[in-house]
Design a protein around this ligand. Structure first.
Ligand SMILES: Cc1cc2nc3c(=O)[nH]c(=O)nc-3n(C[C@H](O)[C@H](O)[C@H](O)COP(=O)(O)OP(=O)(O)OC[C@H]3O[C@@H](n4cnc5c(N)ncnc54)[C@H](O)[C@@H]3O)c2cc1C
Length: 630
């Protein structure tokens, strides 16, 4: 028996990493929002690795925070260790990574959701979307309730018609024993939304009390006050530092796997869904890297007050007894006991080429999708999409233009553009190498790139924006002061510095700005050698070290971005009929008609569209311009 429930501006389906961000952004932008999720016990659940960040993912979390999203603040409250990766490499690939206390992370996120104004959090299974004349009307839940809304954001993750696979055991379930449903998939198909079948997997969780850490090497975090959220820039030292551990597989491990490959659903064909290339199962690794006689295994605590350990690097869907046998060959795990068996999960996802750059479906106005449902893999990728979809759902009901980030502005822009133009068929994971402008899209300057936009959207509070404006002022003041402060080569303090650093002397009067251009010299050196009484805080000093040292490269990148923006500014309307464009190849016509690129720049990134095709489009645009202007 159905009934009509409360009317909302925006309804979000699912409170995973995408759903939480979407719901908070929409409510904070003033839209009356409700989030319906299968269980209040799996809000912001981390069904796989207990960590946030790492290369490219850390950049995304910083961008989410800079725009006013929640993930950065939440992990800063719930990590058990944090560290900066790749510090021996250039700043473009420096990346924060934190080990999360999973339960604490969920609790903190749920607290934030239930305290948020304009937001209702409900436990319910959404079975259907309601659409009329190509316009979303609302949803129907399993108890019969019908809830109307002007915009709906679906963030159903790995729960759509999902099934668990362990050896030859298959059963319908969401992750970690939560419910799944095939009704929502059916409803989306009924509205001509194309779905993909994808797969991912997770390793066993084992009992910490059954491990022998003396056979592993300790992997502590940093003691520094590292933080994802720019709101926590004044942190002096790490809140927690619970170690992880490193061990390795060995030929015995590999032999157990080889002897049981015929029982692996991956190789027996039981698994149909396409898995993530960058998170391979251990079976995959043994087959793909046959000559390697060991693989790294990280032992990661799932939290402070739990004996659950995540065995990173041992994703598998092999039968349970094989999992135990292979784990017990690993140094330190000889007596190990399994708490949760590793498994693979197959689930339905939406083909991302059906989306616009604002995450709205092209064929249903007001319907948005975000997260793993769009074919990505990872908490961070999901949260970034959720934030942008939530923003755009609120803008939609406020009848404002969509908020779109380009590839030159943010990794978020790279992610959505890749999803649409590359028409992803396997779980997409963000990498820094996917960006053409990675020296400009660093994790340290995410706020300089995005916080003003977050403030315009109403997602950055006044106090925070004032602090940010002060930082911007401090940066330009400091640069000016360093440029104006000159020093002679014979200055004793400078002499001592170059001697200690074993670098060539300066030959003439130089500005401290030029002194800082030397790779070996940091802003902190100028202070500690008494050469400069700079007052910059840690973040401003970091900008001095990066912006000055990489000035030439950054300028070159900004020129490339200018060139990139030129092609992006050549707009293409959605109703162009590419089959009428003489000279376009058949494959290009099909791809262009499917993706409906918004610009020549985006058209040039569609797989199957060649530079020759782009030349045809440019001629077409030029001709059109001339006809229009007579
Ligand atoms: C087994 C497994 C292994 C994974 N391995 C990796 C990995 O190795 N690397 C990696 O980067 N990522 C991995 N992930 C992916 C990672 O978990 C996801 O990327 C991330 O959780 C996606 O976030 P999301 O918000 O899109 O979806 P989810 O976190 O899946 O959240 C979806 C939410 O929607 C709710 N929901 C779903 N359907 C409905 C409905 N009909 N009605 C109401 N609520 C609904 C659910 O209750 C849930 O709260 C793995 C996930 C799983 C399950």
């Amino acid at each position: 028996m159905s009934y009509i429930g409360e009317k909302y501006d925006v309804i979000v389906v699912g409170a995973g990493h995408a759903g939480c961000e979407a719901a908070l952004a929409s409510a904070r932008m003033g839209a009356k929002t409700a989030v319906f999720t299968i269980s209040l016990d799996n809000i912001a659940l981390m069904p796989c690795n207990p960590s946030v960040g790492g290369p490219a993912k850390g950049h995304l979390v910083r961008e989410i925070d800079a725009l006013g999203g929640e993930m950065g603040r939440n992990i800063d409250k719930a990590y058990i260790q944090i560290k900066m990766l790749n510090t021996s490499k250039g700043p473009a690939v420096h990346a924060l990574r934190a080990q999360a206390d999973k339960k604490e992370y969920q609790k903190m996120m749920y607290d934030t959701l239930r305290k948020q104004e304009n937001l209702t959090v409900r436990q319910a299974m959404v079975d259907e979307i309601i659409v009329e004349d190509g316009q979303i009307q609302g949803i129907k839940i399993h108890t019969g309730g019908i809830f109307y809304a002007d915009a709906v954001v679906i963030t159903a993750g790995t729960y759509m018609d999902s099934r668990i696979i362990i050896g030859d055991l298959l059963y319908k379930s969401g992750p970690q024993g939560f419910l799944t449903t095939d009704t929502l998939s059916k409803s989306l198909r009924d509205h001509e939304i194309e779905l993909l079948r994808l797969k991912t997997g997770t390793p066993a969780r084992v009992n910490a009390d059954t491990l022998d850490y003396s056979k592993m090497s300790i992997q502590p975090g940093s003691e520094e006050g590292l933080h994802f959220s720019f709101e926590n820039s004044d942190r002096e030292k790490a809140e927690k530092n619970i170690p992880c551990w490193l061990t390795y597989t060995n030929p015995d491990t590999h032999q157990v796997i080889k002897d049981n490959l015929h029982r692996s659903p991956l190789f027996s064909g039981v698994i149909q869904g396409t898995g993530p290339r960058y998170c391979p199962s251990i079976e995959d690794k043994i087959v793909r890297f046959e000559n390697k006689d060991q693989h790294q295994i990280f032992i990661e605590p799932e939290g402070q007050d739990t004996n659950e350990i995540y065995v990173q690097g041992m994703n598998t869907s092999l039968p349970e007894e094989v999992q135990l046998e292979m784990l017990r060959t690993i140094p330190g795990l000889e007596q190990v006991e399994i708490l949760r068996t590793g498994y693979a999960i197959e689930y339905d996802a939406v083909k991302p080429s059906q989306l616009t750059l604002s995450f709205e479906l092209k064929n249903i106005s007001g319907l948005f999708t975000a997260g793993q449902i769009n074919g990505t893999s990872g908490y961070e990728e999901a949260a970034a999409q959720g934030l942008l979809a939530g923003i755009n759902a609120a803008l939609k009901i406020q009848k404002k233009d969509p908020f779109i980030l380009s590839r030159a502005e943010a990794y978020m822009g790279v992610l959505i553009d890749d999803l649409i133009t590359k028409d992803t068929t396997e779980p997409y994971r963000l990498l820094t190498s996917r960006s053409e402008h990675r020296l400009f899209l660093r994790q340290d300057n995410a706020d300089l790139r995005l916080t003003p936009k977050g403030q315009e959207l109403g997602l950055i509070k006044k106090e925070r924006f004032d602090k940010f404006s002060q930082k911007v002022e401090d940066i330009s003041r400091e640069i000016m002061q360093l440029k104006q402060t000159k020093i002679i080569p014979s200055d004793p303090a400078l002499k001592k510095l170059v001697t200690d650093k074993e670098i060539p002397d300066f030959r003439q009067l130089v500005s401290l700005y030029d002194v800082l251009k030397r790779n070996e010299i940091s802003y902190q050196d100028l202070q500690s050698y008494g050469i400069y009484e700079g007052t910059a805080n840690h973040e401003v000093a970091e900008q001095m070290n990066i912006q000055i040292k990489y000035e030439g490269y950054i300028e070159k990148q900004l020129k490339q971005i200018e060139k990139f923006n030129k092609l992006e500014s050549k707009k293409l309307s959605a109703d162009i009929d590419y089959s009428e464009m003489a000279g376009l190849r058949k494959e290009a016509i099909q791809k262009l008609d499917k993706v409906k690129p918004v610009s020549v720049g985006q058209a040039s990134r569609i797989q199957g569209v060649s530079p020759a095709d782009i030349a045809v489009i440019l001629v077409f645009l030029e001709k059109n311009k001339r006809t229009q202007h007579g």
